[in-house]
Design a protein around this ligand. Structure first.
Ligand SMILES: Nc1nc2c(c(=O)[nH]1)N(C=O)[C@@H](CNc1ccc(C(=O)N[C@@H](CCC(=O)O)C(=O)O)cc1)CN2
Ligand SMILES: Nc1ncnc2c1ncn2[C@@H]1O[C@H](COP(=O)(O)OP(=O)(O)OP(=O)(O)O)[C@@H](O)[C@H]1O
Length: 208
């Protein structure tokens, strides 16, 4: 759909999808999160990961943190995205525990506090993870994604275009964030799959 490449059209679609997930009730959010976690636990990319990143949900995002007790039990190291200081607008991933000191970033999202260097040895670039759980604003039947529009994940995953380590990328979203088709931009890094509360969409495979 050529017209969706237009920045204005993209912005409009992003807004509409964000409104849609924000309109879900507390109960619907909870049900969706439970279903999402059931699906995630069945994925080989999640089952075999020893280092995995999640995110703390904001603005109606589907909640992947219900997975935490299960991951702890399996001794998986959990990481959260942190905006890199000095503003190259990419992310690194910092180890996250119950006792990790947290601080709000410039978007008001809580992230592990790296200011005093205490966690410096705990932070990794995306390529050092086995699996990333990636927040989405929209997705389509081919596992194309639309994010918040900051390009943070795309910039942090640009290494995927080259030879070398390639973590699994699992996008997650509410079923209501699925659209017919999304524009693919040159910098978009393809996901392995998108999991919602209702479906699993694998890249390169059309599935309802
Ligand atoms: N939960 C969560 N954490 C995440 C992301 C995410 O999408 N979800 N990110 C994925 O990239 C990174 C942060 N990226 C973001 C990109 C844009 C906006 C944004 O435009 N927010 C505003 C404006 C708020 C402001 O400027 O103060 C908005 O909601 O309108 C927020 C976060 C890292 N952490
Ligand atoms: N690898 C990259 N290098 C430089 N700029 C990039 C890169 N990837 C994305 N960008 C820039 O980021 C901006 C936002 O991209 P886009 O609208 O695709 O965001 P998004 O994928 O929805 O957001 P996010 O990745 O944060 O979830 C674009 O203007 C794009 O030029």
């Amino acid at each position: 759909m050529e017209s969706l490449h237009h920045p204005e059209a993209k912005r409009t679609l992003r807004l509409a999808l964000r409104r849609q997930r924000l309109a879900l009730s507390k109960h619907e959010q909870r049900q969706a999160a439970l279903r999402l976690c059931q699906q995630l636990k069945r994925l080989p990319e999640i089952q075999r990961a020893k280092r995995i990143s999640l995110y703390l949900p904001v603005n109606g995002e589907i909640d992947p943190t219900l997975l935490l007790p299960w991951l702890r039990q399996r001794n998986v190291d959990v990481y959260l995205p942190v905006l890199r200081p000095l503003s190259d607008n990419s992310l690194w991933f910092v180890n996250y525990h119950a006792t990790t000191p947290m601080v709000k970033n410039r978007f008001g999202i809580l992230e592990p506090d790296t200011r005093f260097g205490a966690h410096r040895h705990n932070r990794l670039p995306a390529w050092a993870l086995d699996t990333l759980i990636v927040p989405l604003v929209g997705f389509d039947a081919e596992a194309n994604r639309m994010g918040m529009g900051g390009g943070f994940y795309d910039r942090s995953l640009a290494f995927m275009r080259r030879q070398g380590p390639a973590p699994a990328l699992i996008g997650v979203a509410h079923a209501c964030q699925r659209v017919e088709s999304l524009p693919v931009e040159p910098w978009d890094v393809p996901l392995t799959a998108v999991v919602s509360d209702e479906s699993i969409v694998r890249a390169g495979k059309k599935k309802s």
